[in-house]
Design a protein around this ligand. Structure first.
Ligand code: ZN
Length: 408
């Protein structure tokens, strides 16, 4: 890939995505796939005045060895080093960039039960720190191609060609060509317009129907607002874009109101494994029945990680006619697939999707119906024939989506 195009991409991620400010600390999490690109991002951070940039490299085969060979006890440990790192994050509100290049099948052959148990054991130690920084720091997820990921999408190409092709896809979907910063300003304006229209209606619920069997109603939070594109970090008002790419407008649903069946329209990569051809049935907000042709057990485990894992934390709307979906590629990666299709998420909701959320504590947000959980997992339900109707508290019905695309 040409250096100049990658340079523009690095600039986009650091300026517009993470929006690094003078004097800030930055943590970059990444694999070993694109070290030169990681170095470009590090340099951009320093050029923007970052005080310290820390890169946390990982390598999935090693992660896998750790999961396989270590005992549940050592995997569950919350070490003094981690504690100190979290304390620093809370103190510095470090920016966090995740450059995802993971192999979607990279953790096949690991024990999901052991991984889930370890995560459950660690969560109570992590939660207070996570709550303390929530919405206050800038973060961004963007992608770079990894060899295994590229081969998963393009199995017939030689590895090098597959990686190059995936670079092209990533840069296209991230609007990197031309003037990316301007393109993102325009894009953010468009997303804000959709949010404004939806917020004007104050819908109490959304009804979904599709020929694939989806017949589903979800309640929206009375204080909820739809958001999309960039957002402001609480306290500092620094405007940043948490996802590159991003096509969605989303909100936090009302915990306890969701009924009917949703059929997934894309496979879901969870804990390094793919859950395929699945559906979930909800009653009173809770996932009460799940079915998957592949990895059903993993799906069952996912919805029972904790009490909130069976409840919804996100409702997101994306036209079927989105630039990512129009590539016709199944990315096997949530960042891309979620931005190609209407989706829901099981688990943790978004406090910052409540109006004036800064006035509420984390506990108050939970009381107001924002779901709490250690997981937040998006799954895709958009289809070419999907109809969505918004229903207001006084029963007014508005068609929001017609045949998979925006109708308002
Ligand atoms: Zn989403």
């Amino acid at each position: 890939m040409q250096k100049e195009r990658l340079q523009k991409y690095a600039e986009l991620i650091i300026k517009c995505g993470l929006s690094v400010q003078k004097g800030q600390e930055v943590i970059i999490r990444c694999g070993l796939d694109q070290p030169d690109f990681v170095a470009m991002c590090v340099e951009e951070c320093y050029k923007r005045g970052a005080e310290r940039v820390k890169v946390e490299w990982s390598y999935m085969p090693v992660t896998k060895l750790n999961y396989n060979y270590r005992s549940l006890e050592t995997l569950s440990e919350f070490t003094a080093v981690e504690k100190a790192e979290w304390e620093r994050k809370v103190e510095k509100l470090s920016c966090l960039l995740w450059l995802d290049s993971d192999d979607p099948d990279g953790l096949n052959g690991t024990d999901s039960e052991k991984i889930s148990k370890a995560n459950q054991a660690r969560f109570p130690f992590i939660k207070p720190y996570r709550d303390a920084v929530e919405n206050k720091y800038q973060w961004c997820i963007a992608a770079v191609p990894g060899k295994e990921w590229a081969k998963k999408i393009y199995p017939d190409l030689e590895t090098e060609q597959a990686v190059e092709k995936l670079w092209e896809d990533i840069l296209l979907c991230s609007r990197v060509d031309g003037d990316p910063i301007k393109a993102w300003e325009k894009h953010n304006e468009n997303l804000a317009k959709h949010c404004a229209v939806l917020n004007g209606y104050k819908f109490a619920k959304l009804e979904y129907k599709s020929e694939n069997g989806t017949d589903f109603t979800v309640g929206l939070n009375p204080k909820g607002i739809f958001m999309g594109g960039g957002e402001n970090a609480l306290g500092s008002n620094i405007y940043y874009n948490p996802n590159i790419p991003s096509e969605e407008v989303f909100t936090t649903p009302m915990r306890g109101i969701a009924d009917g069946k949703v059929v997934a329209t894309k496979p879901l990569s969870y804990q390094g494994k793919l859950i395929e051809n699945f559906w979930i049935r909800f009653e009173n907000g809770k996932a009460v029945e799940v079915y998957a042709e592949k990895n059903q057990e993993l799906l069952e485990k996912m919805v029972s990680m904790d009490e909130g894992a069976a409840y919804l934390g996100e409702v997101a709307l994306i036209g079927y006619n989105s630039p990512i979906n129009n590539t016709g590629i199944l990315f096997y990666n949530t960042l891309f697939d979620e931005n190609a299709s209407c989706h829901l998420a099981l688990g943790r909701g978004f406090n910052n999707c409540l109006e004036n959320y800064e006035n509420y504590s984390v506990e108050e947000c939970e009381k107001l119906g924002v779901n709490s959980s250690m997981i937040h997992v998006d799954f895709m339900i958009g289809s070419a024939d999907m109809d969505i109707v918004g229903v207001t508290a006084d029963g007014k019905r508005v068609q929001i989506f017609k045949n998979g695309n925006w109708a308002i």
